[in-house]
Design a protein around this ligand. Structure first.
Ligand SMILES: NC(=O)C1=CN([C@@H]2O[C@H](COP(=O)(O)OP(=O)(O)OC[C@H]3O[C@@H](n4cnc5c(N)ncnc54)[C@H](O)[C@@H]3O)[C@@H](O)[C@H]2O)C=CC1
Ligand SMILES: O=C(O)C(=O)CO
Length: 386
C-alpha cells in the first residue's frame, strides 16, 4: 500500500466525497462541486504520475467519485476499489480515454466521463503551430540566433517549405482533425486530402464554400479529397497531421513502411497519441531523411522519448501541451467535475457531447446533466432531453 498522499480539502463537511488526483486549473470546477454538497479532496502530491497504489490510498473507504488524469491506469484494480468505496462516478480530464478500461468500468457500474469539444480548437491550433514551425524550421533558427551564429542575411539560410498551394493531409478528420484541416486550408490556402472511417461532410462543405469564395474573388480555389486509403494521404500530402483516437486499429498506424511512402520533404505532425507512430522507426527515418521534418506533442512511451529523437534537428518536440490554453484547461476541469457530479446526483447524460458550450458559460448555471459519459449506453443511463 502506498503511503498516504498529501491532499487539499474543500467543503470538509460535504455529503459527497469527490477526489481529484491532480490540482486542476481554475476554481469554477471546485465551486460547482461544493455548491452541490460535495467535499472535494485534491491530491497535491508532487509526483507527476500517480501509481494505482497511490490512487487506491486516495480513494480510501468511502468515495463517491474521482476525477483522474490520462496518465493513470484506470482498470479492474481502480474501478473495483472505487466500487468498494461506494463510488460509481469517474471522469478523465481528457477527451482521449485509451488509459481507461471501459469494460472494467462497466463491470462495476462506474460511469466514465471525458471532456470533448472544449479542447478542439486549442489542440488544432497547436497542430497548426507545429506544422508551420516544422515547415519553416523555426526552432532551428531560434537556436541558431541564441547561439550567436547569425552573422548576416544569406540566400540559403534556413530555407523551408511554402505551405500555400501545397497539400495538407489529415488522418482522423473528427473534431480536432477537421478544425485543423480548416485552419490549414482557410489560413494557408492549402488543398486538403483526408482519410477517416467516416465521411467528414461538414468539413467538405466548409472547404467547398471557401473554394467558391476564392473563385468569386479571382483567386485559385482550394480543393478537397476524401482518400480511399491512408496510404493515399501519405503519398500525396506535403504536410500530414494525425488526429485519430488511439485504439488497436491505430496503434503504430504510421510505421516504417508508411514512412517510406511519404514525400522525402514532408512534414508529419502528431498531436493525437504517441503510439499512433512507431517512434523507433520514425527516429531512423529522420536520420536517413534530413529534409523530412516532424512536430511531436505526444510520444510512444511518455514521458520518455525514444533514443536519438532528442538529438535530431529535423524534429520539434513539445511535452503534450496541445490542449494547454487557459480557457480550455479550465473548461476541461469543469466538464470532468460535472461528469462526476451528474452521476452522483443521478442527472441524465447530455444528448450531444459535441455541443458542450452550455456547460462552459460561467454566467449561468450548467445544465443538470453529465456532459459526456462514454459508457452511458452500456450502463443504460438516461439521455437528457434538454
Ligand atoms: N495532444 C493532446 O493534448 C490532445 C490529444 N488528443 C487526442 O486526439 C484524439 C482525437 O480527439 P477528437 O478529435 O476530439 O476525437 P474524435 O472522436 O472527434 O475524432 C477522432 C477521429 O478518428 C477517426 N478514426 C478512428 N479510427 C481511425 C482509423 N483507424 N483511421 C482513421 N481515422 C480513424 C474517427 O472516425 C474520428 O473521426 C483523442 O482521442 C486524443 O487521443 C485530444 C486532445 C488533446
Ligand atoms: O484530452 C486529451 O486527450 C489530451 O491528450 C490532453 O488534453
Amino acid at each position: 500500500m502506498a503511503k498516504p498522499v498529501s491532499i487539499e480539502v474543500w467543503n470538509p463537511r460535504g455529503k459527497y466525497r469527490v477526489v481529484s488526483t491532480k490540482p486542476m486549473p481554475g476554481t469554477r470546477w471546485i465551486n460547482l462541486l461544493i455548491e452541490q454538497d460535495c467535499r472535494v479532496e485534491i491530491c497535491t502530491q508532487k509526483k507527476t504520475i500517480l501509481s494505482v497504489e497511490d490512487i487506491i490510498a486516495l480513494i480510501g473507504d468511502k468515495c463517491d467519485g474521482v476525477i483522474g488524469q490520462l496518465t493513470e491506469d484506470w482498470g479492474e484494480t481502480l474501478f473495483s476499489a472505487l466500487s468498494r468505496a461506494g463510488g460509481k462516478a469517474f471522469s478523465n480530464m481528457a477527451v482521449g480515454y485509451n488509459n481507461v478500461d471501459v469494460n472494467a468500468a462497466n463491470k462495476y457500474g462506474v460511469a466514465v466521463g471525458n471532456t470533448p469539444g472544449v479542447l478542439t480548437e486549442t489542440t488544432a491550433e497547436l497542430a497548426a503551430s507545429l506544422s508551420v514551425s516544422a515547415a519553416r524550421r523555426i526552432v532551428e533558427a531560434d537556436e541558431f540566433m541564441r547561439a550567436g551564429l547569425y552573422d548576416g542575411w544569406l540566400p540559403n539560410l534556413f530555407v523551408g517549405n511554402l505551405l500555400k498551394g501545397q497539400t495538407v493531409g489529415v488522418i482522423g478528420a473528427g473534431r480536432i482533425g477537421s478544425a485543423y484541416a480548416r485552419m490549414m486550408v482557410e489560413g494557408f490556402k492549402m488543398n486538403l486530402i483526408y482519410y477517416d472511417l467516416y465521411q467528414a461532410t461538414r468539413l467538405e462543405k466548409f472547404v467547398t464554400a471557401y473554394a467558391e469564395f476564392l473563385k468569386a474573388n479571382g483567386e485559385q480555389p482550394v480543393t478537397w479529397k476524401r482518400a480511399a486509403s491512408m496510404d493515399e494521404v501519405l503519398r500525396e500530402a506535403d504536410v500530414i497531421s494525425l488526429h485519430p483516437i488511439l485504439d488497436k486499429t491505430t496503434y503504430h498506424l504510421v510505421n516504417k513502411e508508411r514512412l517510406a511512402i511519404m514525400k522525402k520533404e514532408a512534414v508529419l505532425v502528431n498531436c493525437s497519441r504517441g503510439p499512433v507512430i512507431d517512434e523507433v522507426a520514425l527516429v531512423e527515418h529522420l536520420k536517413q531523411n534530413p529534409m523530412f521534418r516532424v512536430g511531436l506533442d505526444v510520444f510512444e512511451d511518455e514521458p520518455y522519448m525514444k533514443p536519438g529523437l532528442a538529438d535530431l534537428k529535423n524534429a520539434i518536440v513539445v511535452p503534450h501541451i496541445a490542449s494547454a490554453s487557459k480557457w480550455t484547461r479550465e473548461g476541461m476541469a469543469t466538464l470532468a467535475a460535472l461528469n462526476v457530479l451528474g452521476k452522483i446526483k443521478g442527472y441524465p447524460i447530455w444528448s450531444d457531447p459535441n455541443q458542450v458550450e452550455p456547460f462552459l458559460n460561467e454566467n449561468v448555471p450548467p445544465p443538470a446533466a453529465s456532459p459526456s459519459i462514454v459508457n452511458a449506453k452500456a450502463l443504460g443511463l438516461p439521455v437528457s432531453r434538454l
